[in-house]
Design a protein around this ligand. Structure first.
Ligand code: UDX
Ligand code: UDX
Length: 438
């Protein structure tokens, strides 16, 4: 059993820390946000993640998981320290590493005994040696430590499952001792045959960016295929399904939509392009994916404008779905933000509902109306835009929807409503590459 400290209790830190405590280790999660730590100690989670509440409760009761703001104690008690603070995208598209830098300096300041220091936050390729340097220069006692890169691949909305059953665990380590300690940390996964990959720090960092950027590229690709399907009268669902039957392509991440969001793809693609340029190269494929994604969000607004006879002025328009994907309350870079802004700028009276993200979006758009069900939100609306494929929107009755709308108009950016039923009910509708009868 190891004593482990996670610095940062966001989606990555809280889920990974809780998961590691479930492996039987003693985990301390530390954060500068006092209110967040206070809530966690009282069983209130700062994020919505299926299965996380039970996992936190179970491990807190077992005495394996605790939360504190005391950085010094959390650092000095640990055998392994994970850095899981935010690495948000700066104005210039570069990863903002100010939180990582401040945490590295604090670790250096308090470090007193040999510790494995592991960065889980997504940091630009080559950052590892920079972090090591900061820790070393901030530590006056020359305390020995080994640095590890252990990127995280969890997806929001399925974070607990993704962490406990990963496809692989990537450990970038130059020291065998440190790698062996990490194998012990991830022991249970190793036992149930999850591959634990040992590579260099820079290669581990590269694996993370290469994976994320490729997934983003796949989404932009299918979005462009969908747009062409619309022009040619082909059905993108069939295209992506049959493409996916080729094992080299796989059906995953081939769902067309309004453009990807989240705290990772937008920032990791920009950072990857930036790292490439800094090394005198151009990552043209990823640059194209970024450009396509931005255009896709605008394309959704243009589709809605067309459905609303060219303008939103004084029209009641409902946005169903605010989170950037289902099963999360995270709205970071959500396509809904672009849609709501355009509706507001165009003089629309915007109504919104999301099963988990109303409160988060209220921070961004305080002056639109939020509701607690899709029926209430759609009452007397002149049009609806479905932006997130929550299951409860998949179950929307088209008849019911028609009976409560003032005008039967819907933009289905996630292709979850039946085209056949929309046609039968004389809806004026649009979607993403799927205008064909099902
Ligand atoms: C983020 C990025 O999205 C992800 O790509 C990266 O790999 C890890 O950081 P996330 O968990 O979503 O993942 O971060 P965020 O939700 O921003 O939470 C980070 C936490 O760190 C916050 O709770 C913040 O209070 C805390 N923090 C930040 C510290 O404890 N100390 C600091 O100095 C800065
Ligand atoms: C992503 C990566 O999947 C994960 O491995 C990494 O650790 C963090 O970034 P996340 O951003 O949480 O995870 O969610 P993900 O499920 O990847 O969705 C990202 C965005 O892509 C969402 O806006 C989603 O709606 C969109 N998406 C995803 C599509 O539009 N089509 C798809 O087929 C899949």
């Amino acid at each position: 059993m190891k004593k482990i400290t996670f610095i940062g209790t966001g989606y990555v830190g809280l889920v990974s820390g809780t998961g590691i405590s479930d492996f039987g280790h003693k985990v301390t999660c530390v954060d500068i946000a006092k209110d967040k730590i206070h809530d966690l100690n009282n069983g209130k989670l700062p994020i919505y993640e299926p299965g996380l509440h039970e996992l936190v409760k179970k491990n807190m009761e077992a005495g394996r998981l605790n939360f504190t703001t005391d950085m010094k104690k959390a650092i000095q008690d640990a055998d392994v320290i994970f850095i899981a603070v935010g690495t948000p995208m700066g104005e210039d598209g570069k990863s903002n590493l100010k939180y990582v830098e401040s945490v590295a300096m604090t670790i250096g300041k308090y470090l007193r005994t040999y510790t494995v220091i592991c960065t889980k936050s997504t940091v630009p390729v080559g950052t590892g040696s920079w972090i090591e340097g900061i820790i070393r220069s901030s530590n006056k006692q020359n305390t020995p430590f080994d640095y590890i890169s252990n990127p995280e691949f969890l997806r929001e909305g399925s974070a607990v499952k993704d962490f406990l059953w990963p496809d692989r665990v990537v450990i970038g380590a130059s020291s065998q001792t440190a790698f062996d300690i990490m194998k012990e940390v991830y022991g249970p996964l190793y036992i149930n045959k999850r591959s634990i990959v040992h590579t260099s720090v820079v290669t581990a960092e590269m694996i993370k960016y290469s994976s994320n950027a490729f997934l983003a590229l796949k989404i932009s690709y299918i979005n462009e295929v969908a747009n062409l399907c619309e022009a040619l009268g082909a059905d993108v669902h069939m295209v992506s399904k049959i493409m996916g039957q080729d094992g080299r392509i796989s059906p995953k991440f081939l769902h067309p939509g309004p453009g990807y969001g989240g705290s990772c793809f937008p920032k990791d693609t920009e950072a990857f392009v930036d790292i490439s340029k800094e090394n005198g190269l151009r990552m043209l494929t990823v640059e194209a994916a970024i450009k396509t994604n931005k255009k896709q969000k605008i394309r959704m607004v243009d589709k809605m404008k067309k459905l609303m006879a060219g303008n939103f002025n004084n029209k009641i328009i409902t946005v169903l779905g605010l989170a950037f994907k289902p099963n999360t309350d995270d709205i970071r870079e959500s396509a809904s933000i672009d849609m709501i802004k355009a509706l507001q700028d165009g003089g629309g009276d915007v109504r919104a509902f999301d099963p988990a993200a109303n409160d988060a979006m209220r921070e961004v758009f305080p002056n639109i109306s939020y509701f607690n069900s899709w029926e209430e939100a759609c009452q007397n609306a002149d049009g609806v835009a479905i932006m997130t494929e929550w299951n409860e929107f998949r179950g929307i009755s088209i008849n019911r929807l028609k009976s409560i709308l003032r005008n039967p108009i819907v933009l289905d950016t996630r292709n979850i409503l039946s085209v056949k039923k929309l046609k039968e009910n004389n809806f004026s509708f649009d979607n993403v590459g799927h205008l064909i009868e099902r």
